[in-house]
Design a protein around this ligand. Structure first.
Ligand SMILES: C[S@@+](CC[C@H](N)C(=O)[O-])C[C@H]1O[C@@H](n2cnc3c(N)ncnc32)[C@H](O)[C@@H]1O
Length: 229
């Protein structure tokens, strides 16, 4: 759905994946666009917006004030879930726009009973997926979205059991079932980038070489499916 604040495809996808519920936490809210949009779209009655940086939190406070959503937001400074107390009955938390390893660190200290998350890692998505599989999460949605010429992983997870094959751990399960156009565009663009890099430097470092191997496997799989249809 188009956002009220015109926040762009990445943030729109994050808001769209949030359930309509009572209390959502926006961990690492920065500018506060997700927080504000959640209230404007009536996705949550209340948002708890947290930030480890007071300067960033101040941006979110100013934004909320400028569009009159302040009464519906609790702003709190602190690391991850540290500013959330046991009295805050959070139904879902957004952790977006940071690295997968940072997201894992934050998830390690989540409220014990909280399993509903919307996650948007900027890197190390395979590591995050493996962590989620190992820690009792199920993927409700896990797909790539495109904004401008950039691609982003967006995920909604809940409590459950997931079995993902290697390629799904690497790229997310929904890209193989639907979302073909965006995914194929991503794969071919990234393949070209890595091949060009390899041609100019001679050898890729191990992590990038492994990524290229998975990209080639995924493209081969697509071509096999296309040739059967
Ligand atoms: C790039 S911004 C992303 C903001 C927004 N969530 C988005 O997706 O556009 C990342 C924000 O997360 C905050 N952050 C990073 N690690 C954090 C942590 N452990 N606890 C709270 N905030 C954190 C940073 O201060 C920064 O403002």
């Amino acid at each position: 759905m188009a956002s009220v604040l015109n926040i762009g495809e990445r943030l729109e996808a994050i808001v769209d994946l949030c359930p309509t519920t009572k209390i959502i936490a926006d961990i690492g809210c920065d500018h506060g666009y997700v927080t504000a949009e959640l209230i404007l779209e009536e996705k949550a009655d209340m948002v708890i917006a947290t930030e480890k940086s007071q300067d960033c939190l101040n941006k979110a406070i100013l934004l909320a004030d400028s569009i009159n959503v302040t009464p519906f937001v609790s702003f709190r400074q602190g690391d991850g879930f540290e500013p959330i107390t046991k009295y805050d009955k959070i139904n879902c938390a957004v952790i977006a726009g940071m690295g997968g390893i940072e997201i894992i660190k934050i998830l390690e200290n989540r409220p014990k009973k909280l399993y509903n998350f919307v996650l948007q890692p900027m890197r190390d998505a395979p590591m995050l997926r493996q962590y989620l599989v190992n820690n009792g999460f199920e993927f409700v949605v896990d797909k790539l979205i495109k904004e401008g010429d950039k691609f982003y992983d967006v995920m909604r997870v809940t409590k459950g059991h997931s079995q993902l094959v290697d390629l799904e751990i690497y790229f997310g399960k929904d890209n193989f079932k639907e979302n073909y156009e965006v995914f194929y565009e991503y794969l071919t663009a990234r393949q070209k980038k890595l091949m060009d890099l390899k041609a100019s430097v001679g050898e890729l470092r191990q992590q990038l070489e492994q990524e290229l191997t998975y990209i080639n496997k995924a493209i081969a799989l697509f071509e096999e499916i296309a040739s059967e249809n």
